[in-house]
Design a protein around this ligand. Structure first.
Ligand SMILES: [Zn+2]
Length: 449
């Protein structure tokens, strides 16, 4: 049994440990013998462990990637965590990366650096997801759930965005002619989106969806109240989604193939229709993405109390994407009024005990990932413990509902973040991550470029 004083060291399964580069003698790393032997036990002592309700001082034992009870024979390796604070890793329940080999390593490291081990990609390239299959969902990488092709209407969102990217290398067309070209292009259909315009098309869409075994489906609802006008307007390409008539049958088909359905929504009416259709998750809260709404349209983003109550009672997870909403470049009076409506929606859902989770809705923007969770607790008025529960317990479990994650106790996956300071005194400590351990493996993550 190797006893390693107060140094930080981790016995890694099969790989040499990556250890802190700190010059601080107290925390300087010492190398333990790497081993692939899954019977070996590592002891992590002298830390404050997140319990769900607070932090408790103590020791944890890890064997074969899981927390285990104290072994009678003692541990093979002892690691002192020098009185630091330990939390479960974080989740991001609405993102769009990674979605291919493109920039994969950098994207993976953005997440790992931010302590995000669990990612739900709500819309991505099918081919791209296949490319990186071997590089994700391993102890040294991020764990990803893919939705693959979201279902929308022809000419809607995100068809226009993806076609525009393919044709013009820009997410938004530069002019009306480009917009029309992108809205009529089907070049990327089947890879990054599927279109469904009427019920007779549903069986064909279902056949294409059945090619994938992914556990979730994303369907698009955008300003459904004005959908007819938008869909008939050649300048409104990309601003609409599915017709109300196809929603319930699509959800039923998805459920029949074992998929949970996440709905993209923009307005309260969209959220109402999504609930009526029997969805399993809301990918946004109305008002999140509104630029400069005239006051006359503000009401369409306001959640009626009965709907908020219904969402709360249903127990479905709700991603607020507040980090994205907070990132709006403009700070106008109109923008602030929309923001007020949006944040009132969040508090209303909170009062009705909705299951709010974090999600950045970005292509791996580290700032938005970090801002999302802190902004949400700011609006909800929660303390540090509420923030940790949101990021490290509720969100990961929504993404991987059958896994034993989000708790630091025997039987659970031995995945955790060692923080440099007490997150109860400073929220920033949640990102002051000194060590990352995933399923018993100490991760090496290069510093931000
Ligand atoms: Zn999205």
């Amino acid at each position: 049994m190797a006893r390693i004083g107060v140094a930080l060291a981790v016995a890694v399964l099969g790989a040499p440990p990556a250890l802190t580069r700190s010059a601080n003698a107290q925390a300087r790393a010492t190398t333990a013998m790497p081993t692939a032997d899954t019977t070996r036990v590592a002891e992590y002592r002298d830390a404050w462990w997140f319990t769900g309700a607070g932090f408790a001082q103590g020791t944890r034992f890890v064997r074969a990637g899981r927390f285990v009870a104290a072994p009678s024979a003692g541990a093979d390796t002892v690691v002192s965590l020098a009185g630091r604070f330990v939390v479960p890793p974080y989740g991001d329940a609405h993102t769009h990366s990674p979605d291919s080999r493109f920039n994969f390593e950098a994207i993976r490291d953005v997440y790992l650096r931010a302590g995000v081990f669990y990612v739900q990609t709500l819309g991505n390239s099918r081919a791209g997801a296949r490319e990186i299959r071997a590089d994700i969902n391993t102890p040294t990488s991020i764990d990803v759930v893919f939705a693959n092709t979201p279902v929308t209407a022809f000419g809607g969102h995100p068809q226009l965005l993806y076609e525009s990217l393919g044709l013009f290398r820009m997410p938004f067309p530069a002019d009306a002619a480009q917009r029309l070209t992108a809205a009529r292009s089907r070049a990327r259909e089947g890879d990054v989106y599927l279109t469904l315009d009427s019920l007779p098309q549903l069986p064909a869409v279902v056949r294409r969806l059945r090619r994938d075994t992914v556990p979730i489906l994303k369907m698009m609802l955008l300003d459904t109240e004005h959908r007819r006008t938008l869909a008939d307007d050649s300048t409104a390409g990309g601003q609409y989604g599915l017709a109300p008539a196809v929603l319930r049958p699509l959800v039923d088909s998805a459920h029949a193939m074992g998929r949970k359905v996440w709905a993209h929504v923009e307005t309260a009416h969209d959220a109402q229709l999504a609930m009526d259709a029997g969805i399993d998750g809301l990918a946004h809260i109305p008002g999140y993405g509104v630029a400069d709404a005239p006051d006359s349209t503000l009401d369409r983003y306001r959640l009626p109390e009965p709907l908020a109550r219904r969402i709360g009672r249903s127990g479905i997870p709700v991603v607020t994407t507040i980090g994205l909403a907070r990132g709006a470049a403009r700070d106008t009076a109109a923008q602030r009024r929309v923001r007020t409506v949006f944040e009132e929606n969040i508090r209303l859902l909170q009062r009705h005990e909705a299951r709010l989770v974090t999600g950045s809705d970005t292509y791996s923007d580290a700032d938005i990932i970090a801002r999302d969770a802190t902004a949400l607790t700011e609006v909800m008025g929660g303390d540090a413990l509420a923030l940790i529960r949101l990021r490290a317990v509720t969100t990961p479990r929504v993404i991987f509902p059958t896994r034993r994650i989000g708790a630091l106790q025997p039987g659970y996956e031995a995945s955790f973040l060692v923080l440099d300071c007490d997150p109860r005194t400073k929220q920033q400590c949640l990102l002051a991550i000194r060590e990352r351990v995933k399923q018993g493996v100490h991760l090496r993550v290069p510093p931000a470029p």
